[in-house]
Design a binder for this molecule. Structure first.
Ligand SMILES: Cc1cc2nc3c(=O)[nH]c(=O)nc-3n(C[C@H](O)[C@H](O)[C@H](O)COP(=O)(O)O)c2cc1C
Ligand code: SF4
Length: 459
C-alpha cells in the first residue's frame, strides 16, 4: 500500500513532520490541511454537520455496536464504561452528578497523537466529550492537559470560547493543566489532581466510573477515544466499522519513530497496515545522514505500545497487522499507538537500560516495589550495559521483575516489567554477551527518542 504524505506541524516542537495517511482523506484528521492549524467551529460544522445529541440510550447502543475501545492504552470498551457511569449516577442521589474527563495529558513522550488531534481538530474532541457527558448525565467536562503542550491547550481554549459564543447546547467546560509527569496521565492521578490533590495515581476501591472524583461516577477517556465518539454519533457504527477489521474496528492514530531529523510521524491507519509497512525506511532525502548509511534504518527490533510497551524482533512482527487482535496473538498490544524501531546495529541492552532508567525516575514513589524495585531494575540494566554484571545477575533481574509484577497501586511498574522482560528475550544474544563481559558488536547510537526531564511539582 502506498502512503499519501502531507506535512503536519508537530505541536510540541513546531517542526514540520511528514504526516502519512493510510487512505486519502482519513477520518479523525480528514479535512483542511494540517499546516492551517486548528479547524474553526464554522468549518468543523460545515464539514461534519451538527452534533446529533439524540436519546442518550440510543447513542449508547450505537457506541456498543461500534465496538470502540479506549485509545489511551488500556483498550477498555467505551460503551461499558459509559453504561457503568450512567447506571451509578441513576442509582445515586442528586449529589452523584457524574464527571467527564478528557484525558489530554499524553504523558507518553513517544506519542504525538493526542496533542496533534487537540491542536488540529479540537471540536471533534469536544464533540465526543459532549456526547459522553450526555450519556453519563454530566453537566461539566474537564479537559485535563499537561504543561508543555501549549499549542494544544491554546487550541482547546479557543475552541471552548467559540462554542460558548455560538451558544451550543454543551456542558460547562474547564481546561485544566497539570504536571508533565508520566504517571500523572494515569486516570486515578487525573482524578486526584482534579480533586485538588497531587497528580499521583492512587489505589482504587471502586472503578472511577462508579466512584471517582469526590465519590461521583467519573468517566475518563483519552482524546482520540472522544474524537471517535464524535464520528460514530454522526455517521453510525456501521460506517465506523468499515475501517479496521472485524475484531479491531475503526481507524487508529499511530506515532511511528523511524529515525531521521523529523522525529515522529503521525499516521491515521484506516485500513490495517502491517508493522513492516509502518517501518518502511524513510526516503534517502528524509534521512539525517542523507541516505548514506541505509542500514542504520533497518530495524532489528521494535518497541510497540510506548516506553512501557513490549519489544519484538522486527522480522517476527513484520507481517503482523497493527491491530489489537493481531498484536495480541503474538503477545503485544497497540497501547497508545507507538511504534519505535531499534536499528540492527544499536545495542538492545543499552536501549532497555535507558528506558528503564527514565521510567524508574517517573515513579510516584508511593509503593515500595515501584520506587525501589524499578530503581533496582534500572541499575541492573545499567551494570549489564557497562559489562560489570554477570549471568547470575541477569537471572536475579528476572526474579526481581517477577516480584514487582502486580505489586503497584497502578500499572506503571507492570508496564516497565513487560518492557524489560520482553527485551531480555528479544535481545537474548546481546544480553548474554554483555553478561559475559564481551562486546555485543553494536556500532550505532540509540535513536534520538525524547526523554523529557521530570517536573518537580506534582500539582
Ligand atoms: C502510567 C500510566 C500513564 C498513563 N498515561 C496516560 C495518558 O497520558 N493519556 C491517556 O489517555 N491515558 C493514560 N493512561 C491510561 C489511563 O489510565 C486511562 O486508562 C485512559 O485515560 C482511559 O481512556 P480510554 O478508555 O479512552 O483509553 C496511563 C496509564 C498508566 C498506567
Ligand atoms: S505503582 Fe508507582 S506510580 Fe503507581 S501508584 Fe504506586 S508508586 Fe505511584
Amino acid at each position: 500500500m502506498t502512503l499519501a504524505r502531507s506535512p503536519v506541524l508537530d505541536p510540541l516542537t513546531d517542526r514540520t513532520l511528514p504526516y502519512r495517511m493510510g487512505q486519502p482523506g482519513g477520518r479523525l484528521l480528514a479535512g483542511r490541511p494540517p499546516r492551517l492549524g486548528a479547524e474553526p467551529l464554522r468549518d468543523h460544522a460545515a464539514r461534519l454537520g451538527p452534533l446529533p445529541l439524540g436519546d442518550p440510550r440510543r447513542v449508547l447502543e450505537e457506541l456498543e455496536r461500534s465496538g470502540l475501545t479506549g485509545r489511551g492504552g488500556g483498550g477498555f470498551p467505551v460503551a461499558r464504561k459509559l453504561a457503568a457511569a450512567r447506571a451509578a449516577a441513576s442509582a445515586g442521589c442528586a449529589h452523584h452528578v457524574p464527571h467527564v474527563v478528557v484525558n489530554a495529558s499524553e504523558s507518553e513522550p513517544a506519542s504525538v497523537k493526542d496533542r496533534t488531534l487537540c491542536t488540529l481538530r479540537p471540536h471533534l474532541v469536544l464533540d465526543g466529550a459532549a456526547v459522553a457527558a450526555a450519556i453519563a448525565g454530566a453537566n461539566r467536562v474537564v479537559v485535563y492537559a499537561h504543561r508543555g503542550t501549549d499549542r494544544a491547550i491554546e487550541a482547546l481554549r479557543l475552541a471552548v470560547a467559540e462554542r460558548r459564543a455560538a451558544g451550543l447546547p454543551d456542558p460547562a467546560w474547564l481546561v485544566g493543566v497539570g504536571p508533565a509527569r508520566y504517571v500523572s496521565g494515569e486516570a486515578s492521578a487525573a482524578a486526584s489532581w482534579l480533586e485538588g490533590g497531587e497528580a499521583k495515581p492512587r489505589a482504587l476501591r471502586l472503578p472511577l466510573a462508579v466512584g471517582g472524583i469526590a465519590g461521583r461516577p467519573t468517566v475518563v477517556h483519552n482524546v482520540e477515544t472522544m474524537a471517535h465518539v464524535a464520528l460514530i454519533v454522526r455517521f453510525g457504527a456501521d460506517w465506523w466499522r468499515q475501517a479496521g477489521t472485524m475484531a479491531s474496528p475503526g481507524s487508529r492514530l499511530v506515532t511511528v519513530h523511524r529515525g531521521g531529523p523529523r522525529g515522529a510521524e503521525l499516521l491515521e491507519m484506516v485500513a490495517p497496515l502491517t508493522v513492516g509497512t509502518l517501518l518502511t525506511p524513510p526516503a534517502p532525502e528524509d534521512r539525517d545522514d542523507g541516505g548514506r548509511s541505509p542500514s542504520s534504518y533497518e530495524p532489528g527490533a521494535v518497541l510497540i505500545g510506548g516506553y512501557a510497551g513490549r519489544w519484538a524482533a522486527a522480522d517476527a512482527v513484520e507481517g503482523v497487522p497493527f491491530t489489537s487482535d493481531a498484536l495480541a496473538a503474538v503477545g503485544l498490544a497497540p497501547g497508545c499507538g507507538v511504534v519505535a524501531p531499534l536499528p540492527k546495529e544499536a545495542c538492545g541492552v543499552a536501549a532497555m537500560a535507558t528506558l528503564a532508567q527514565w521510567l524508574a525516575a517517573e515513579s510516584a514513589g508511593q509503593c515500595g516495589p515501584c520506587l525501589f524495585g524499578l530503581a533496582d531494575v534500572a541499575e541492573g540494566l545499567q551494570r549489564l550495559t557497562e559489562r560489570v554484571s554477570s549471568r547470575r545477575e541477569v537471572r536475579n533481574l528476572r526474579l526481581l521483575l517477577g516480584d514487582i509484577r502486580g505489586k503497584g497501586a497502578c500499572h506503571h511498574p507492570d508496564g516497565v516489567v513487560g518492557m524489560v522482560e520482553s527485551g531480555l528475550d528479544v535481545f537474548a544474544d546481546d544480553v548474554d554477551r554483555h553478561a559475559r563481559r564481551r562486546p555485543c558488536g553494536a556500532t550505532a547510537d540509540l535513536p534520538a527518542w525524547p526523554f523529557p526531564a521530570p517536573e518537580e511539582a506534582w500539582r
